[in-house]
Design a protein around this ligand. Sequence first.
Ligand code: NDP
Ligand code: HSE
Length: 432
Amino acid sequence: MRTRPLKVALLGCGVVGSEVARIMTTHADDLTARIGAPVELAGVAVRRPGKVREGIDPALITTDATALVERDDIDVVVEVIGGIEPARTLITTAFAHGASVVSANKALLAEDGATLYEAAERHGRDLYFEAAVAGAIPLIRPLRESLAGDTVNRVLGIVNGTTNFILDRMDTAGAGYSEALDEATALGYAEADPTADVEGFDAAAKAAILAGIAFHTRVRLDDVHREGITEVTSADLASAQRMGCTVKLLAICERAADGRSVTARVHPAMIPLSHPLASVREAYNAVFVEAAAAGQLMFYGPGAGGSPTASAVLGDLVAVCRNKLAGATGPGESAYTRLPVSPMGDVVTRYHISLDVADKPGVLAQVAAVFAEHGVSIDTVRQKGRPDGDGEASLVVVTHRARDAALSGTVEALRKLDTVRGVASIMRVEGE
Ligand code: NDP
Ligand code: HSE
């Protein structure tokens, strides 16, 4: 057992960082035994030095994060500040000064992971980021290491706790959108700017990270088709319930059948209540991984919050410290396949389209003809006249599997029909 401690610089001491510091202190003996050397918190960089931080020696607090990561005695930098800058520069500076890095920063990894991977490799350091996707759930390491000998074809799941919490509250408790978002924020699930959650940026960043690792290629945030939950209405949820479904924000990463390209997308989707993802409640996450030899694997657990996320950070910290003592590094970037990312139009799935139409003879046939012209086959149609007898009806069409581009063309043509007063909602149907 080495007695000289490994020194850790903690960048950020908010929801996640404060829990990392707490566990490092309360579990110091166990961590020492597991790593083979003590780990010492050598400094904590924050924005507001005057804030009271329970359990943290005030002498460790600094606002000069750069000076902290430039210290030659720092072995590991834990970055839980978030955002692109200064996080990116701090991480690359840490590598240049000899430290390995543990980060929970999915936004940065999805925006510019290549810069971080390249800097880590150039300086022979570790870059670990289990906490960046799906909170406490071990997912990055299984994909990077346990499944390294298999071929992953599909990753599908709920990877944003905040939006799952909101949809769950709206669906099961009849809560309003804003009320549910406020609750998720108070519980520490939401990003500093919750727009990142509700507009799907956070889930899209995670999808980019997952797709890159799963398919051994580079996928950036901009490559991911993204739709958030702000347009999901209680009418959508009610319509889903009538179909025996619920609505979830899904991240779906797929390798094309010919293996020559991949797709990555994030959008709300209806899934049957019988599907395991339908029962994922509150801020929990769940991810299915389909691999050629392994078959279907499911990962489930708390997807957000300080303590669950700190668990993933601490797991990485232990791994990185062990590597350091062994004079080794863990796996770096694996992007050798260089598979291109296909556009959303190439995705094939099913759709639930809700239309407001004129309630008169021939309308159904007209609508059906538009679907047929675009090669989109209809599975079911439900029409309901309005109780107020205003001459309009609600028409709900569920399609068979079709290309997303064909569906977009269909909707565009439907909007031009005089008898179609409005397209109330379009939602993809997954998991059947
Ligand atoms: P918080 O906003 O709660 O904490 C951010 C911390 O960073 C604060 O301590 C803040 O200081 C500090 N900080 C901000 N800017 C600077 C700066 N320029 N220099 C030094 N310190 C700075 O965020 P979270 O803890 O929720 O999230 C941290 C990271 O973890 C993000 O990347 C997030 O995406 C990720 N993450 C979060 C999860 C969650 O459930 N919250 C789950 C998974 C990942 P001060 O305290 O003084 O304001
Ligand atoms: N805001 C994120 C979420 C935190 O709600 O899932 C976990 O990454």
